[in-house]
Design a protein around this ligand. Structure first.
Ligand code: DGL
Length: 259
């Protein structure tokens, strides 16, 4: 039972940033990662469409006998996880922007959040923001175009640098001391952002928290794989295998799958 794989899906390659955290904390676990890059970005799609795509990905992971599914996508979590949990019996782990820790720790009382349109306009995001940010100025910015650039292998391009500078400048003008990355593609931007942000601005994402939550839920359901053996790590994309492989440091085989 516990040897069954953990399933992970995202609208594309970004959720591999979450997979890295999972694999680092739970190195014995077999994993199956699905990158639905053919349908990226999810962030500009309707809630109904995001739910349909999330169901399609879930069905495929269930066919592959996954014991737990990580929705490694803020947009799919904030729009579809409720439906997934109501429809299927296995545990789902979601990811949401780390607005709460940023709001609790900010000294300048101003935090920036970069996320997709789908995440920022979701009910779940509004609820969390209302709950934790009273008296704090939250600068929300849609990261229009960022996912597309990463999906097309232009992570470190001049185009990306110009876009990021344009998005973070209003946040800097508002004197933020925390920048929340509310999309699983964005941790790949950290090296670029470090060069652009003043030293006192801290960048936070939810990857580590998701890995810890996954561990806790596996223990709770008696699903943790405690056998020390080389895990089977499978990566599937319905688009470009080379771009995904490069983000994984060219250390793993990425297979093409039409889904
Ligand atoms: N990685 C997805 C997220 O965390 C990107 C969403 C999109 O495809 O727009 O939101």
């Amino acid at each position: 039972m516990s040897k069954r794989p953990i399933g992970i899906f995202d609208s594309g390659v970004g959720g591999t940033s979450i997979w890295k955290e999972i694999h680092s904390l739970l190195p014995n676990e077999n994993t199956i990662y699905l990158a639905d890059s053919k349908h990226a970005p999810y962030g500009n799609k309707s809630k109904e469409r995001i739910i349909d795509l999330s169901i399609k990905n879930t069905e495929l992971l269930l066919q592959k006998d996954c014991k737990l599914i990580i929705v490694a996508c803020n947009t799919a979590t904030t729009n579809a996880i409720k439906t997934l949990r109501e429809t299927y019996t296995i545990p789902f782990i979601g990811i949401e922007p780390a607005i709460k820790p940023a709001a609790l720790q900010t000294k300048t009382k101003a935090v920036g959040i970069l996320a997709t349109k789908g995440t920022l306009s979701s009910d779940l995001f509004s609820k969390t923001t209302d709950l934790f940010t009273s008296g704090i100025c939250v600068i929300e910015q849609v990261g229009e175009g960022i996912v597309q650039l990463i999906e097309s292998g232009k992570l470190n391009s001049e185009e990306m640098k110009i876009l990021l500078q344009h998005y973070i400048q209003p946040m800097l003008n508002a004197n933020i001391d925390y920048l929340v990355l509310g999309c699983t593609h964005y941790p790949y931007l950290i090296p670029l952002l470090i060069n652009m942000l003043p030293k006192h601005v801290k960048i936070i994402d939810s990857g580590e928290a998701v890995a810890k939550q996954t561990q806790a839920v596996l223990v709770q359901h008696n699903l943790l794989n405690t056998k020390i053996a080389k895990p089977k790590l499978q990566f599937y994309t319905n688009s470009n295998t080379e771009i995904m492989s490069a983000l994984l440091g060219n250390s793993y085989t990425v297979e093409y799958l039409d889904f």
